[in-house]
Design a protein around this ligand. Structure first.
Ligand SMILES: Cc1ncc(COP(=O)(O)O)c(C=O)c1O
Length: 357
């Protein structure tokens, strides 16, 4: 019998997607976003596979240190920056670049940053209303950063787009605010996430920060990944562990959420919410059984799902089942789950082995 659930990571697809982004990014340098365990693909192995990226971006200090400990020596940016003097010292010791999005972080650098020559990214809030300085606060924040002693290696400017996937108008408004806030400053800039790289509005900037697109998923509801020349990097796959006949009128699984309308053949596959499948996946959600689409029936349990294979040919214990990836876009499964590809990819649980290909 083939192995049970695993996430097969196609490093060739990761590299292909990086080059697709590079071709699209108009000469901008690429900070590959590998936070949250590289969106479930494995932090270190993804960074090593993407060695041709110009740098990496992570959310938290621990992620940055892990990259350093595994030999990643190029630029690594902490997107949330640091919050204590100890974190600041650790970040500096590991040569990590810091996003500075709040006056408290400027104060920390003034109070505890002496002797630490860091590369800093001043984050400007242009409409996301999550992190960053308002336009009117930028001149003062920049002045304070430039006066640090010793001065930082470099200060760069960045913002984050809130609706690059669905509202060119909002993106244009954010770009306008960014231009106004940064007018007169000759710093390098970074604006684009995946949707910013592939969207219809050119957003510019010397650096782009794609995450999702690297993993081969599209950020747009109406443009599939193939149309962007992206290939899925993760295929979540498992096997059938039992096949049973369910007579018409019987129900399958907890809560009796699916009732057989005819005598049915049901395959039980080893994948459940303990592996990161959303429990809310409804009846009818597609999976691939030996490459053929078949619908989920009944509730997702912790370790198992049931699939109606009545209309398929032979299915036996060991038959492979793909939950998403090659042949079944994670974006499609996410729509069935009422969520986004980001959440499914990041949600693959730690008991699922990652297998590099
Ligand atoms: C600040 C920042 N930049 C870039 C990204 C990458 O976004 P995406 O995965 O949509 O490309 C993220 C992801 O959430 C982010 O928080």
């Amino acid at each position: 019998m083939s192995r049970l659930i695993r996430a097969v990571i196609d490093t060739g697809a990761l590299r292909h997607n990086l080059e697709t982004i590079r071709a699209r990014a108009g000469g901008a340098r690429i900070l590959a976003v590998v936070k949250a365990n590289a969106y479930g693909h494995g932090l270190v192995q993804t960074a090593l596979a993407l060695a041709r990226a110009d740098g990496f971006a992570v959310a938290r200090l621990e992620e940055g240190i892990t990259l350093r400990e595994h030999g990643v020596s190029g630029p690594v940016v902490l997107l949330e920056g640091v919050f204590t003097a100890e974190q600041l010292r650790e970040a500096a010791r590991h040569g990590l670049e810091l996003v500075v999005h709040d006056a408290l972080q400027v104060h920390l650098l003034e109070a505890d940053g002496a002797g630490q020559r860091l590369r800093l990214w001043l984050k400007i809030d242009t409409g996301m209303n999550r992190l960053g300085f308002r336009a009117r606060e930028v001149p003062e924040a920049l002045r304070r950063l430039e006066r640090l002693s010793p001065p930082p290696l470099e200060v760069r400017l960045m913002t984050h787009l809130a609706r690059a996937d669905d509202s060119p108008e909002m993106t244009r408004r954010q770009l306008e605010r960014f231009r106004e806030a940064t007018r007169g400053h000759a710093c390098a800039t970074s604006i684009a996430n995946s949707a910013g790289v592939f969207g219809e509005t050119p957003v510019g900037g010397e650096w782009v920060r794609p995450g999702l697109a690297l993993y081969g998923a599209s950020p747009f509801a109406s443009r599939p990944a193939e149309a962007l020349n992206l290939r899925p990097a993760m295929t979540l796959t498992t096997s059938v562990i039992a096949v049973r006949h369910v007579p018409r009128g019987e129900t399958v699984g907890y809560g009796g959420a699916w009732r057989a309308e005819r005598d049915s053949r049901i395959a039980i596959a080893a994948a459940g919410y303990g592996d990161g499948l959303p429990r809310g996946l409804p009846n009818g959600t597609p999976v691939l059984v030996d490459g053929r689409r078949a619908p989920l029936c009944g509730r997702v349990s912790m370790d198992m799902i049931a699939v109606d294979v009545t209309e398929l040919g032979p299915v036996a214990v060991g038959t492979p089942v793909v939950l998403w990836g090659e042949g079944l876009a994670v974006e499609e499964v996410a729509r069935w789950a009422g969520t986004v590809a980001y959440e499914l990819l990041c949600g693959v649980s730690q008991r699922v082995p990652l297998e590099l290909r």
